[in-house]
Design a protein around this ligand. Structure first.
Ligand code: NDP
Length: 495
């Protein structure tokens, strides 16, 4: 077990909003509990941001912005890179908190979640000094563009990757000179607050990064507030539509990272072991609670039974257990409500005629009886019109479908409102590129799945989102361009 003291340290006090570079007692008196999904135990209570707290966060962010925007990119970058180092130094502690609050296995959080956040801070820390406009000549006259920050940005996070999402949103925002008010999901409030502490320790001026806690009403306040220039949401499609509609009132800039129902296509010439591993990774990592998961696995008919056999034996070996146990490979779903919803999808799959290859049951874990652990579940004989094939489940449920022709599988893969990602497994690389080009998805992987280095843009086609996170593309979404035209001669009146 890692850092058992982390829980003790947190349970002593209630978690407050982080405003103006410090924890601040709420002006209201609403509270909620942060829970451990594996045990149902209360980790700590959390102060919900009241309207007065939100006004204070906005005032503090506006003041922070005025200071921060005047600093050079190099100065901003140094602070971000220092924060990246601090994240890495505190990996064990932060990973433990993430596990306590999300139910994901410690081996994942230790290896990926915090480091991915740190990579993002380091990348945008490096980019900060190179954000610039252009120069234009018009004879003796000239013009230039300035790439300027937007102002105070709101980040609203989902519960599956709490610290990573907070980093993915704040790092580009801050690198470009914006201030941010971040609202984590109500179910995963802990680590965004830790990120705020780390930013302060790294030298970020007070007010540049604030964390406000609470439910959807806090998110609604942020999306409506006229003082906020941009909102970046990671969440469900239905939430994305509400945020976009609310943001329209004040014409905010909007980035949306939403759900998906992504395809993985396995051609008969693929390395089948790689394809099985890719589909396992793209369905069962983080208990299947990943937006980009390839939950529709299309396998060419000639290799279907071989694929299913290997998949079942691999999936059955996945170790479900206490998320804090380093041996555990699959942990608890985020809440009993979500667990029940996933089980309902499984029942629906059975009743609509899908063939259960493995899993399909809730698993009991000693010492974690209140947790919702669900076995890695694989359905075969799936049809495109089944509920489990059409709707995002956000749990460990894979639907396997068979196909015969390349054109057919491309058309069926694209037959969804979503377009977050896709995977293609084949040894024929010409076909791999051809299929990737034809798929309607923001990211296509060839012979792998769910690899998301910060250097690469990440985001969705169609109803999976708007805008891109990570990479230089994110700079576009956190800056606006000002054109400055300079006349070098006397202006002649036309009249
Ligand atoms: P939700 O959409 O329920 O919530 C996301 C965030 O939005 C939460 O902080 C939530 O607050 C807040 N919120 C809810 N309603 C509103 C509103 N009307 N206005 C403003 N904010 C609001 O998503 P989940 O947390 O359940 O996360 C799972 C979803 O996120 C899945 O659909 C998944 O695919 C998607 N996702 C997408 C990713 C991507 O990069 N494309 C990555 C990860 C997840 P509260 O928690 O208090 O309800």
């Amino acid at each position: 077990m890692h850092s058992p003291t982390a829980q003790a340290a947190l349970s002593e006090t209630s978690l407050k909003n982080y405003i103006g570079g410090r924890y601040v007692n709420s002006a209201g008196n609403e509270q909620f509990n942060a829970l451990n999904p594996a045990t149902g135990e209360i980790i700590c209570n959390v102060q919900q941001a009241s309207e007065a707290d939100l006004e204070a966060a906005l005032a503090s962010a506006q003041a922070g912005f005025q200071l921060w925007r005047k600093m050079t990119g190099a100065e901003r970058g140094r602070i971000l890179r220092r924060a990246a180092d601090l994240l890495r130094e505190r990996n064990d502690e932060l990973a433990t908190l993430e596990v306590l609050n999300t139910g994901k296995p410690i081996q994942e959080a230790i290896a990926v979640d915090i480091y991915s956040g740190a990579d993002c801070l380091e990348f945008f820390g490096g980019v900060a000094a190179s954000i610039h406009g252009h120069h234009y000549q018009f004879g003796a006259n000239f013009a230039y563009t300035r790439r300027e920050p937007l102002g105070v940005c709101a980040g609203i996070g989902a519960w599956n990757y709490p610290i990573q999402i907070a980093c993915w949103k704040s790092a580009p925002a801050l690198a470009c000179g914006n201030a941010m008010i971040f609202k984590p999901a109500e179910m995963s409030p802990l680590t965004a607050a830790k990120l705020a502490e780390i930013y302060t320790e790294a030298g970020l001026p007070a007010g540049v990064f604030n964390v406000v806690q609470g439910d959807a009403s806090v998110g609604q306040w942020l999306t409506r507030s006229a003082g906020i220039a941009k909102v970046s949401l990671t969440g469900e499609l239905s939430t994305g539509k509400k945020v976009l509609a609310a943001a329209a009132e004040t014409l905010k800039h909007v980035t949306l990272e939403l759900g998906g129902k992504s395809p993985i296509i396995v051609f008969e010439d693929a390395d089948l072991d790689s394809a099985v591993s890719g589909a396992i990774l793209g369905n069962f990592y983080t208990q299947g609670e990943i937006c980009s998961n390839g939950t529709r696995v299309f396998v060419q008919k000639s290799v279907l039974e071989e694929f299913l056999g290997r998949m079942a034996s691999h999936a059955k070996r996945i170790r479900i257990g206490n998320p804090l146990d380093p041996q555990t490979q699959m942990g608890a779903l985020i809440s009993p409500e979500h667990g029940q919803k996933v089980m309902e999808f499984i029942e629906r799959g059975k009743s609509e005629g899908a063939r259960l290859i493995c899993g399909g049951q809730r698993a009991m874990v000693q010492g974690c009886e209140a947790g919702w652990f669900i076995e890695p579940t694989v359905f075969a004989d799936c049809r495109d019109d089944m509920t489990i094939v059409k709707e995002e489940i956000f749990g460990p449920v894979m639907s396997v479908l068979s196909f015969e022709e390349e054109a057919e599988v491309i058309s069926r893969s694209n037959d969804t409102i979503y377009g977050l990602s896709a995977g293609v497994f084949t040894r024929d690389l010409a076909r791999g590129h051809r299929v990737a080009a034809a798929l309607e998805a923001g990211t296509c992987w060839i012979n792998t799945y769910n690899v998301t280095p910060v250097e690469l843009p990440f985001g969705g086609y169609k109803q999976s989102g708007m805008g891109r996170e990570n990479s230089l593309a994110a700079i576009e979404h956190y800056t606006q361009i000002k054109t400055v035209y300079v006349e070098t001669d006397k202006v002649q009146s036309p009249y």
